[in-house]
Write a protein that binds this ligand. Structure first.
Ligand code: FUB
Length: 663
């Protein structure tokens, strides 16, 4: 039991992601999904740990929650809509609130649920009604007469008729009266078989008919729907002796059969979780299969969790079999942590395993065992990427390489990695930053993108050399330090503190600076003379940029537009347009590292040595800004550190000059 609660606690702390299972703060099973007013409403049953007095090692279900979502990714829990204590005819400690359904008819919502009747045997099916899909629900005083069983499902036909299906003495179906709470038709008296050691039961009134044409073997959980004029009856089915439940289906031209059995929708769960239970729903043009599995409780298959995968129909109306995925459905932004180990599909031999076999909720990782192995992760939205790079959490025992591609295993490369496990990780030709986790096994690596997919795309991770394990990927947008200034942009003004943010920046000029001890005055003068030549001959490329902060972060400019961020000479130029002569102002600047400043061709300030950027670190002698255009230039040089600069003009009182235009 302790382990069980640990599992539950850990489940509660899982982030809500568009991956299976979809409800991550409680156990949910038997999902019926319905679309009402453009939202998907999910009516599952609610597994809880076995309560005191309840049947041991069995299902334990005391109430129903309803959830809703408009994207199948973010789910709202609307709370409890019906609970066992409040059902007038129910056993308040029956813990038998099994698979429910809900339909909307003439503006009213009808919630159907199985429950243990007071003082009786077996299950009855009750109805609760509401004006909204999430309630509040009003309970009918009695269960539906003639229905003895579990797992109700209601089909609304195009002519307004409603049919109810349930599981009890096989799968049965019956027409409902227009009040939606009674069977339409005679009930038959059925003699109940006497159970050993139990008193004889009075005969029971049973309605409906058994659905014909279904295969032999245990069946329950009917879910019926209509598509393109054909009726579908889908149901969990144990196809072989000693087996567990598959999901299967049959088709018919009439709501109550006879049925033409077609085959499987989903095979048995690989881990022998005994039950499965499902519904199919069309939402925004795509059909989805809702089903359950015991992911959060792998050692107890009576505590289950709802999953969703896409489902498709063949042109003849038959259903394509679904392989359960951990990826699930829903579009994820590329900037989310993409747990690609929960892949949509993978090549043979790809496995996933727990990151930590003791602390099981530390998640999974997937291993691509050899060159050519791949795994795909569907529906990633790249539209939010601006200037992005990729971060990957990977592990390899040997040098290897892998790529992240678009669409399929041969698709366009988004980023490619070459891992040298022992000491470094490299992209061909360039060192890349990386971090090892505490265990030393997992590496978080950061790599530039070779290509960025457009819109929503599938990612595919491919192994390009020896085995590699991957935990997650995440695309991160670089902080925007600059915005490019369009050609015909109107003039800018200094910011409210007088800082000049608009500059033309020359492509950084590489310097061989191993350490800033070289910054002697004579070295700086020689270097700044080189800058003046570069200003004059204008051979290098220029970028017109507006800083997003008061200072120009030249390091990041070099990172983005240069060959590398360190050891650069930066040449910056701007034009100050003064509305009239402005006399006796001073240029106040700061830079990291050394800088030289020129106004209209005259040197006005030198910030020498190896220094950090401080606002107003150096101030020029008195200057005059002449009416009209004034050219302000600066050159900044730095070695292995960050580089930036800030500048403004201040008047005699030290007040920033803001009545100028910057072009
Ligand atoms: O959840 C309890 C029962 O298990 C359901 O009613 C059945 O369909 C099976 O999933």
């Amino acid at each position: 039991m302790k382990r069980f609660f640990l599992l539950l606690l850990a489940a509660l702390s899982l982030p809500a992601l568009a991956q299976n299972p979809v409800i991550r703060d409680q156990f949910t099973a038997d999902p019926t999904a319905r679309v009402f007013n453009g939202r998907v409403y999910l009516y599952p049953s609610h597994d809880i740990p076995v309560a005191e007095g309840a049947r041991p090692n069995w299902f334990c279900m005391a109430d129903y929650h309803v959830f809703s979502s408009d994207n199948l990714t973010d789910w709202t829990d609307h709370g409890v809509i019906v609970s066992q204590e409040t059902v007038p005819w129910g056993n308040p400690t029956g813990y038998a609130m099994w698979a429910p359904d809900c339909v909307q008819k003439d503006g009213k919502f009808y919630f159907y649920f199985p429950n243990a009747p007071k003082g009786g045997r077996g299950f009855a099916i009750g109805v609760a009604t509401a004006d909204l899909p999430d309630g509040p629900y009003r309970l009918e005083s009695k269960p539906i007469a003639g229905v003895s069983g579990i797992d109700p499902c209601v089909l609304l036909d195009d002519d307004g008729s409603a049919y109810i299906y349930w599981s009890g003495m096989g799968i049965r179906g019956a027409k409902l009266k227009s009040n939606m709470t009674e069977l339409d038709g005679e009930l038959q008296e059925v003699k109940m078989p006497r159970r050993e050691g139990q008193p004889e039961m009075p005969p029971m009134k049973v309605g409906g008919v058994e659905m014909k044409g279904l295969p032999e073997g245990f069946k329950e959980g009917p879910f019926a729907f209509k598509r393109n004029g054909r009726y579908y009856l889908t149901f969990p089915w144990v196809r072989k002796e000693g087996g567990t439940e598959t999901l299967a289906y049959a088709m018919s031209h009439s709501p109550l059969g006879p049925w033409d059995f077609k085959g499987l929708i989903m095979a048995e769960h690989a881990n022998r979780c005994w039950t499965n239970h499902h519904s199919l729903v069309e939402f925004k043009g795509q059909w989805y299969l809702f089903y359950h599995h015991n992911d959060f409780s792998p050692r107890d298959d009576k505590r289950r969790s709802v999953c969703i995968d896409k489902i498709a129909f063949n042109p003849d109306g038959t259903i394509q079999e679904v392989k359960p995925t951990l990826r699930g459905v829903g579009v994820l932004p590329a900037t989310a942590r993409l747990e690609v180990d929960r892949y949509s599909a993978a090549s043979e031999g790809v496995t996933n395993a727990l990151n930590d076999t003791v602390q099981v909720f530390r998640g999974l990782h997937a291993t691509l065992p050899q060159r050519g192995s791949w795994m795909s992760f569907g529906d990633v939205d790249f539209s939010g990427l601006t200037d992005a790079y990729l971060v990957a959490c990977v592990k390899a025992d040997d040098n290897t390489a892998f790529a992240v591609r678009e669409k399929n295993a041969k698709g366009k490369v988004i980023a490619r990695f070459q891992l040298t496990v022992k000491s470094e990780i490299t992209r061909p030709g360039a060192p890349a930053p990386f971090r090892r986790d505490q265990s030393g096994q997992w590496l978080t690596i950061t790599m530039p993108l070779e290509d960025t997919p457009k819109g929503v795309a599938d990612l595919v991770v491919t192994c390009e050399d020896k085995a590699v394990s991957v935990d997650w990927l995440q695309f991160r947008n670089r902080q925007q330090y600059f915005t490019p200034v369009p050609k015909n942009a109107v003039a800018a003004q200094p910011d409210e503190r007088g800082f000049i943010r608009r500059w033309r920046l020359m492509q950084p000029i590489k310097q061989d600076i191993r350490s800033n001890v070289v910054f002697t005055n004579s070295w700086l003068r020689q270097t700044f003379a080189e800058a003046q030549t570069a200003f004059a001959n204008r051979k290098n490329k220029w970028y017109s940029m507006e800083a997003t902060a008061y200072n120009m972060k030249l390091f990041h400019f070099a990172e983005q537009y240069g060959s590398q961020p360190y050891g650069n000479l930066f040449c910056c130029e701007t034009v100050i347009d003064a509305p009239q002569d402005i006399e006796n102002v001073r240029l106040a600047a700061g830079s990291n590292g050394a800088s030289m400043w020129w106004l209209n061709g005259e040197e006005v300030l030198l910030l020498e040595g190896d220094r950090r950027m401080v606002v107003d670190d150096g101030v020029s002698p008195r200057l005059n800004l002449r009416k009209g255009q004034n050219v302000l230039r600066c050159a900044v040089v730095n070695g292995p550190g960050l580089s930036d600069m800030c500048v403004r003009f201040i008047d005699e009182k030290g007040t920033p000059v803001t009545n100028i235009n910057i072009r």
